[in-house]
Design a binder for this molecule. Structure first.
Ligand code: PA5
Length: 445
């Protein structure tokens, strides 16, 4: 198993009979998912995706990635939410959060269209000056405000720089298969398009062209990524918590939630895990946070945040639990140098590996937080390879879907996301929102 659950630091909080008692609910939820009989069952394409993906498109993704690598210094990826978090998480996890600053033979990759910040857009435009650019626009609906505004800006930039024909070769669009204005516009403009499958929602779409094209452009082995997910699909195909750690994770977090642990903090010990935690937060937050229910997903990066949020976790309100990502093979040997002056008193660490210190900090923290009343689920991951990442992605997707059904919500919709959009469009005066605008303006008086 590429990902193993170590329950040593959670068993003090969950008795054996509690795990026993939750089995029927877990099995029922698992069955609902696999029978495809639950709410949102038209969005279950992710279950078989690791083996049943479109092989022809997969080859086109690799060809497009090679073309991007050869023809630009910067790939700008436009998308928001599920249309960008997975790719960014994968590039940082497998390569580095400092990917753009590394020596490499692949283009820098910047993510835009994931906010409405004029500063962020202006700064990126100035970074792009004098550089060769390619664009990957990712939007299932094709009408999401944030990437759509950024697309206007970057399309104009590319057309001005390369002409209409030149720009056409540099714009890659990932969107709905046939519906939607972006697909129509792309076909009319001659842009190469890739598909967000109808039955895969944004936050479950990292293993489709949504994630795969930018990930491949960063030089990451997407075959290995898919193989990792395929291995997880095979190894995690049961509701047996003894042999399926994704189900055990799902069971434990539901038990903890029912005991009042309403916040889950995903813990990483390497900065390269930060964006992966952001992806995980969307996956669980958007899937479970419904009908005034659900665990709030949060995240920290230790040891950095032990010097900020550590106090709260150790000693604050006792309504939280942690899930710790322990990547066993750090993949890098860094030895702490000796300092004859020993001014910091740390010569007892001279010659030791920095990863040994990092892992020891993790062990000490696991014990301290458990002593402080915080249950800790420990997930041990082999390494930071594309294969392990693919496995981990599928592990969480599966656990998330099963927990959503145990919670009694539809894990595959996101009706709450519309509320802010409705108000924003009304306040901005979008045609068709006149009544709503009047109501909102009256409320502001
Ligand atoms: O998970 C989701 O469904 C969302 O995060 C969407 O991916 C996000 O809102 C972007 O939507 P779209 O791809 O239609 O632009």
């Amino acid at each position: 198993m590429t990902v193993k659950l170590n329950d040593k630091f959670v068993t003090p909080f969950v008795a054996a009979h509690e795990l026993e008692n939750i089995r029927p609910a877990l099995s029922a939820a698992y069955k609902t998912l696999m029978d495809r009989s639950g709410a949102g069952n038209d969005f279950l394409g992710w279950i078989d995706l690791p083996v049943e993906y479109d092989k022809e498109e997969f080859s086109r993704i690799k060809i497009a990635a090679e073309k991007i690598k050869k023809s630009c210094d910067i790939l700008v990826v436009l998308g928001i939410g599920g249309s960008y978090l997975g790719a960014r998480a994968a590039i940082e996890f497998v390569k580095s959060p400092l990917y753009n600053s590394l020596k490499k033979d692949t283009p820098d990759i910047y993510f835009a269209g994931n906010n409405i910040s004029p500063n962020a857009l202006s700064e990126l435009l100035s970074i792009c000056e004098g550089k060769d650019i390619c664009l990957n626009v990712i939007s299932k609906s094709g009408t999401t405000t944030e990437p759509a505004v950024a697309f206007r800006v970057f399309r104009e930039l590319l057309v001005n720089k390369y002409g209409v024909d030149g720009a056409r070769d540099r714009i890659f669009v990932t969107t709905d298969k046939c519906r939607g204005t972006l697909k129509k516009f792309s076909d009319e403009s001659g842009y190469e398009t890739f598909v967000v499958p109808d039955d895969v929602g944004g936050r479950f779409s990292v293993l489709t062209a949504v994630g795969l094209l930018p990930i491949a452009a960063a030089g990451i082995d997407i075959d290995a990524l898919m193989q990792g997910a395929a291995d997880a699909r095979k190894e995690l195909a049961s509701d047996d918590i003894e042999n399926n750690d994704a189900m055990k994770y799902a069971a434990l977090r539901t038990i903890l939630y029912r005991k009042g642990k309403v916040t889950e903090i995903m813990v990483g010990y390497e900065p390269y895990m930060l964006m992966f935690c952001e992806w995980w937060k969307q996956l669980f937050g958007e899937s479970e946070g419904k009908d005034q229910k659900g665990i709030l997903p949060d995240s920290v990066n230790f040891s950095t945040d032990l010097h900020s949020l550590g106090q709260y976790i150790q000693d604050g309100t006792r309504n939280l639990f942690e899930t710790v990502l322990n990547v066993k093979d750090c993949g890098c040997k860094f030895i702490i140098p000796d300092d004859p002056s020993n001014v910091d008193g740390l010569n007892f660490l001279s010659g030791k590996e920095l990863d040994y210190v990092n892992k020891t900090a993790m062990l000490g923290t696991l014990m301290a937080h458990t002593d402080g009343g915080v249950p800790n689920i420990l997930l041990e991951i082999d390494d930071r390879s594309a294969h392990s990442l693919g496995y981990l992605i599928y592990f969480f997707e599966l656990a998330c879907a099963v927990d959503g059904y145990m919670l009694g919500v539809n894990p595959f919709d996101q009706p709450g996301v519309e509320a802010y959009k409705k108000n924003m469009f009304a306040l901005l005066g979008k045609p068709g929102y006149e009544e709503a605008q009047k109501e909102l303006l009256a409320r502001m008086k």
